[in-house]
Write a protein that binds this ligand. Structure first.
Ligand code: SF4
Ligand code: SF4
Length: 294
């Protein structure tokens, strides 16, 4: 039985805006782009597109890592960097008159800068056409630890600094899951390094809000999640997204549990008490959900 058939009643996609959906899908296809919205068949597409928001996936459709939950293709060698991608993203943003754009990228551990310039070049291209568009970045960890911990950390910081210097409106890096489940769920990233990246962003750009998110339903307990929220606050993280993990296919890690809407609400209350200033928590919340709203 496909997992979709076992979804609980509270996981329902909102009725989309068909016109906005068609417009975005047409332009994304025509420009040969990749979006998390479409590749992940995100349940919020109608809503987000109608609000002028979309999440572009930079660096091609193939990732050099292989996280157990992620629907992005992996395994095959990554494609050569497409020098024209920033212009095509910018053109799509312009054609669709998007107001709030989230840029994310596959992990490109094969590149010297681990993909940092994918962000900076695309931000520059968007701003040449539409300087008023707000751009949030949702980055991989830019970790380049081949040379050892210290050199890896220094290189990660340099890549992060380059992205922050391009002045996004928000720096987002997801922890994805609680500390205990990191090894099972993520590949190549660690809890500590991700927290360090968020801490470094606060240090390098103190005026810029930082954001992180978790998927629930992978086997974590309520206490695990609360501990993780505390760790995020300890590195000054201000914005939070909590959503239900939905298994993209039978080849992906199974759902351990569907968290109930009232549990998401309870966690949102705790997050606010801990000092998060923007909290999105609910079964269908994704890391870019309602990102452009205060
Ligand atoms: Fe795209 Fe994020 Fe909205 Fe989903 S929540 S449609 S991924 S912008
Ligand atoms: Fe997916 Fe990102 Fe993991 Fe790559 S690094 S498999 S894109 S979650």
């Amino acid at each position: 039985i496909p997992p979709r058939e076992r979804l609980p009643a509270w996981i329902r996609s909102p009725i989309g805006n068909a016109t906005a959906l068609e417009a975005v899908q047409g332009v994304v296809k025509q420009q040969r782009l990749h979006t998390i919205c479409e590749e992940g068949r995100c349940p919020n597409r109608g809503e987000c597109y109608a609000a002028g928001t979309a999440t572009f996936l930079l660096g091609g459709p193939i990732c050099t890592r292989s996280c157990a939950f992620c629907q992005v293709d992996k395994g095959a060698p990554p494609a050569a960097v497409d020098d024209d991608e920033p212009e095509r993203v910018a053109q799509a943003v312009d054609t669709l008159q998007l107001r709030y754009v989230v840029l994310t990228a596959v992990a490109r551990d094969d590149l010297d800068d681990h993909g940092a310039s994918l962000f900076t070049r695309t931000m520059a291209a968007i701003r040449r056409r539409r300087p008023e568009v707000a751009i949030e970045v949702l980055t991989p960890d830019f970790w380049g630890g081949r040379q050892g911990e210290e050199e890896g950390r220094a290189a990660q910081r340099t890549r992060l600094a380059a992205v922050l210097a391009a002045e996004p409106v928000c720096f987002n890096h997801n922890l994805e899951t609680v500390e205990r489940l990191q090894g099972e769920v993520r590949r190549g990233a660690t809890y500590r390094r991700s927290l360090e990246l968020l801490a470094a962003a606060r240090e390098l750009a103190p005026a810029l809000p930082t954001k992180s998110g978790l998927m629930l339903g992978l086997g974590e307990s309520f206490a695990d999640v609360v501990a993780c929220l505390g760790d995020l606050r300890d590195v000054g993280c201000q914005r939070l997204t909590l959503g239900q993990y939905l298994r993209p296919s039978l080849a992906h890690i199974p759902v351990a549990r569907y968290w109930r809407p009232e549990e998401f609400d309870a966690l949102a209350g705790i997050a606010r008490e801990l000092g998060f200033t923007q909290v999105r928590s609910g079964p269908l919340v994704r890391s870019s959900y309602h990102a452009g709203e205060a």
